[in-house]
Design a protein around this ligand. Sequence first.
Ligand code: UD1
Ligand code: CA
Length: 487
Amino acid sequence: MGQYRPLAAVVLAAGEGTRMRSSTPKVLHPLCGRPMLLHVVDALLALPLDRIVVVVGHGAERVTKTLQEQTATETPIEFVEQRVQAGTGDAASVALTAFPEELDGEDDILVVPGDTPLLRPETLALVAREHRAADAAATVLTARRADPGDYGRIVRDGRGLVDRIVERSDASEEELAIDEVNTSIYCFRRGLLAPALRRLSPENAQGEYYLTDAVGVLRQTGHTVVAVEAPDPVEPTGVNDRAQLAAAESCLRARINDLWMREGVTMVDPDRTYVDATVELEPEVRLLPGTILEGRTVVASGAVVGPDSHLVDTIVGEGAVVERSVAREAEIGDGAVVGPFAHLRPGTRLGPSAKAGSFVETKNAEVGEGAKVPHLAYVGDAEVGEGSNLGAGTITANYDGRSKHRTRIGRRVHTGSNTVLVAPVEVGDDATTGAGAVVVGDVPPGALAKGVPARNEEGWAAARRIVVKVAGAAGRSRPWRSSPRRS
Ligand code: UD1
Ligand code: CA
């Protein structure tokens, strides 16, 4: 005793997840922007484990790739493939093939399913601790549930010790009434798990090898099995269908929001604030209702986002304001103002104190410090220099039907309303364009580019009145009404 005993973890993630009715493997369905399985692995990575083995099967390649891409860790994650999904017991047997025979089997293995995204590292640590304190062959994390639903039931003997686990589909009326359920989170002594798994049989309602049966086998062979009740019964919730996915995501969201509020972020209505697990927020950020922050979004101190704003992979600078807007792969500078109703598309970079106002769309555009695009404009594949102001309706016509071209607007430029800048084109510093200008060639610095002015037709309204009267007398006063059909 007192000797170092290795602790490894096995994640069962080979199942199809039929109840999701999805072409995406169940464990890859995202919660708060991170695949379900990643939440489980993140919890494991917070523990001092010697190794992590993931059993993959259904969608093995996708699952493996996702894990490899989205975990940055020193603990290497190993994969073993369960070719036929013959049940959780079979999956555990496949996992054991990753462990060398040389070890004496005195090491312990935490087994967790890939579908418990709310699991906390502290709870896993508790299971391992209790397991070792009792020197048990197996330790099961259980939970009390008013509605035990589809979970396996924990059957205890006359002395109150765990006797076995019975799956819902194999349970008697009496067993179904048991409110203590199996969470599928276990700690096993490896040397005892292997022979127990060899004794499993698929003679049950589902025709599968149940890992749950290993508990009964160990008890029958005289080993100690311990039950640890989960301090929070919601935490080991399994996700099998989309309703459970939504419920779990809502729990996770509340947790994330709580964490940020404790870090100094204001959320006027946390129930209507959606922050991905991958987002970073600074203290003194204010999030208004209907705000959705996704991916690698980062919001700096003093910024106000919302109401009803959707930011994906977007960086928001200090003190910026983003109101009722959508941004993707954009950078919003310190003190910049976005919206209401702006759409910042990938490659948009708003400089400090710049503005992209109402009904403005930008893409692959750099808007310099203090430059303003206050309303009704499209700025794509463009640069707008410091202090410039684009009039309402200014459009960079960047696409000629074949390829995209750039528009370069210098500093302190003013464009008149409805200016069309036909790219490729350059407007020099301090230049101005008149209303309605269609700019097809470069504008030199300081120049004025004028559009096509309207010509006046004197007396036109009076002439029109006469025309309308004559037409009306002929019964055609309402040309927009379709004439009755003739049969
Ligand atoms: C399982 C337990 C049940 C427990 C519940 C808790 C069994 C037989 N039942 O039921 O007692 O209350 O979890 O959530 O273990 N998997 C594989 N290979 C397979 C089958 C499954 O890797 O051949 C993986 C799945 O990907 C999943 C996990 O094992 O991540 C659990 O499988 P699932 O089908 O969800 O088991 P439940 O029916 O929920
Ligand atoms: Ca499950």
